[in-house]
Design a protein around this ligand. Structure first.
Ligand SMILES: Nc1ncnc2c1ncn2[C@@H]1O[C@H](COP(=O)(O)OP(=O)(O)OP(=O)(O)O)[C@@H](O)[C@H]1O
Length: 618
């Protein structure tokens, strides 16, 4: 195996692997901020210069798979949207590969579903009666059986990588990945199609790519090593999803190239020192800072054994950070990125929890809520919000454009068939004025009032998901007991939120908000970062900052897992903590909410994470 140290050599090493006549595979795993993504882009630009004609002649492309749509957009932009590069998320990539193979998908899905039914039946026969799982299983079995029965009538499967997949012939996200992994393993023809189309496949953030798929790609590489270059970029310390492959990179074949990067280009020296300490218990990959600036890292400990005003505490922390760093931008909410563990914690702090929590409570709505694709959301975000924003600044050109694009009152046929076109136009203007009047009566109207008004005037088409509510008369309100549709119920609550609350939600999902989640900021960087650690507010139990920070003893299951050499919730939390801290380009504030502030402080000192003078207690 080859080891190299500086960026230029690493880039050369990777570039040499992408030789279409003598391809090699490589594994570039290195710490946070070491320039992995940058190397990926730089090498591809060089590759394009020398290979573009050959790729075009052979109708081939380079596949680059990244973790999020935002990361795809960034890489596409940096590669100047060159069609020689196919940049996609793993789900889109997998789907494009398997979508023509309806017959294979159908047979395999049948096997998967049958196995699921058998496993559920077995669990039901062995499990405790009266538990929630026992109550749910018969419904799951019935639903899978129904799907099995309807499989023969499916003519073509559908799949949307970015949204809901609820129709009868659609596949869900997990199925697309499992089907691709299996088909790649059992259908040599699919492997050939893959390598013919994409002689080079680069996988960013590969520590979190589903293990079945990684294994299938390794198998493709093994079989076609003379025609195919597989490149993996990542960092085992940044594995934050449970389905990534553990110990990826161990026992690689000797012909894989494994360049090393030991410098951190993103973080100031103080932050590099902290992330090195966090990492030290896991592996030997310690980084050296490139930046000359020392930067700042501070730990703020809030005692939750007494009542505490969290927003006041976080504001105080920003104020202190502004003093420590002499950087006034810590006082500007938009200028420092606050990271919470879960979305609902961000919603609480960002002032959009009424809207968010109402919809987040329904499983079927979750994905569409998080990426803003629910039709009930796009109705407000793509029609009402731009219209009101344009009216607020009196931009008539933009108002007219939005109406032409979206309003049924502006339909060409309507005007053509009308005897009085002026009257038609007047109708549109009156509808707009009536809607905008809501903001004059109340500077922050509720979504339900906006919806009802638009439904009355017909200014925009109300989506089906909101039509029942929009059409509802007051007398309908008394629904018979038990006759509640969860989705409509959730929308009923969400629509009671104000328009400004909805605007804050839209900023959050468009990543314009000050808030982000610990998992959602993978690959990103910000000058000022505030990491909020608060187990008390979190709902899941995969992570425990209290245990990592020494405020809570490890659970029996943690000890058992550790003895068996399996990962514990503390290991997972440590990696997440590493990811969040390593986003800071200048200064970093950690806010720890705990009922054991002394223990947290002692632990931070003992581990050498922070010095006495860097810790502030409430
Ligand atoms: N050789 C370099 N010279 C100057 N700046 C660099 C170099 N390599 C990386 N950087 C800068 O350092 C920052 C981190 O780089 P990049 O995002 O590529 O790192 P990464 O290893 O992919 O990070 P992570 O794993 O933490 O997401 C970016 O701002 C990038 O522009």
């Amino acid at each position: 195996m080859t080891d190299v140290i500086d960026t230029k050599t690493v880039d050369d090493e990777i570039y040499n692997c992408l030789d279409l006549d003598k391809p090699k595979s490589f594994f570039l795993f290195a710490g946070a901020g070491s320039g992995k993504t940058r190397s990926l882009v730089e090498v591809l630009k060089r590759f394009r210069e020398n290979n573009i004609h050959r790729l075009r002649t052979n109708a081939q492309r380079v596949a680059i798979i990244t973790y999020t749509n935002a990361a795809c957009d960034e890489i596409k932009r940096r590669l100047e949207f060159d069609p020689a590069f196919s940049v996609s998320t793993i789900h889109s990539f997998a789907w494009e590969l398997i979508r023509p193979h309806t017959h294979d998908i159908k047979s395999l899905l049948r096997v998967f579903l049958q196995k699921d039914v058998e496993a559920l039946e077995l669990a039901q026969s062995k499990g405790r009666t009266g538990s929630k799982a026992a109550e749910d299983r018969p419904k799951q079995i019935a639903s899978k059986r129904k799907r099995l029965e309807s499989l023969s009538t499916v003519r073509k499967f559908t799949y949307n990588p970015n949204g809901e997949n609820s129709s009868r012939d659609s596949l869900n996200h997990a199925e697309v990945i499992a089907l691709t992994a299996e088909l790649l393993s059992i259908r040599p023809l699919l492997q050939t199609v893959l390598i013919r189309k994409f002689p080079v496949l680069l996988l960013d953030e590969s520590q979190d790519t589903k293990k079945e798929l990684i294994e299938a790609l390794f198998a493709v590489q093994r079989t076609h090593k003379d025609q195919f270059s597989l490149g993996l970029f990542g960092d085992t310390m940044q594995r934050i999803y449970m389905d990534g492959k553990e110990n990826l990179g161990l026992a690689l074949p000797d012909d894989w190239v494994t360049p090393k990067k030991i410098y951190n280009y993103r973080c100031p020296r103080r932050v590099v020192k902290l992330i090195n300490k966090i990492r030290e218990e896991v592996d030997k990959n310690q980084q050296e800072p490139v930046k000359k600036s020392e930067g700042f890292a501070r730990l703020f400990i809030a005692d939750t054994s007494q009542s505490i005003d969290k927003s006041a505490f976080e504001e105080m922390a920003c104020q202190k950070m502004a003093e420590f760093t002499s950087d006034e931008l810590w006082m500007e909410p938009k200028e420092n990125k606050a990271l919470t563990l879960e979305h609902h914690m961000a919603a609480q702090r960002g002032g959009f929890s009424n809207f968010f929590n109402a919809l987040h409570g329904v499983d079927k709505l979750k994905t569409g809520l998080l990426d803003g694709t629910l039709s009930g959301i796009t109705f407000f975000s793509e029609k009402v919000l731009p219209l009101i924003s344009s009216l607020e600044v009196n931009n008539q050109f933009s108002v007219s454009r939005i109406l032409h694009k979206n309003s049924p009152l502006m339909l060409k046929e309507k005007f053509e068939n009308s005897e009085d076109q002026k009257a038609e136009l007047k109708k549109v203007n009156v509808a707009v004025d009536d809607l905008y009047a809501l903001w004059k009566i109340d500077s922050n109207p509720t979504l339900i009032n906006i919806l009802k008004e638009i439904n009355r005037s017909g200014l925009f088409k109300v989506p089906d998901s909101l039509a029942t509510i929009a059409d509802r008369q007051e007398k309908d309100f008394e629904l018979p007991e038990g006759d509640v549709d969860l989705i409509i119920d959730a929308w009923d609550t969400a629509l009671e939120s104000s328009f400004n609350e909805f605007k804050s939600y839209v900023q959050y999902i468009s990543e314009e908000s000050r808030f982000g989640t610990h998992q959602g900021i993978k690959g990103l960087e910000f000058p000022r970062v505030m990491v909020i650690l608060d187990d008390g507010e979190s709902r899941g139990n995969s992570f425990s900052y209290e245990k990592l920070l020494g405020a809570k003893e490890p659970a029996k299951s943690d000890n058992d897992n550790q003895k068996k050499g399996k990962e514990t919730s503390i290991d997972r939390t440590r990696r997440l903590f590493y990811v969040t801290c390593s986003r800071a380009e200048e200064s970093l504030a950690i806010i720890a909410y705990t009922s054991e502030p002394n223990k947290v402080k002692e632990n931070a000192l003992r581990q050498g994470w922070f010095a006495e003078e860097e810790i502030v207690k409430s």
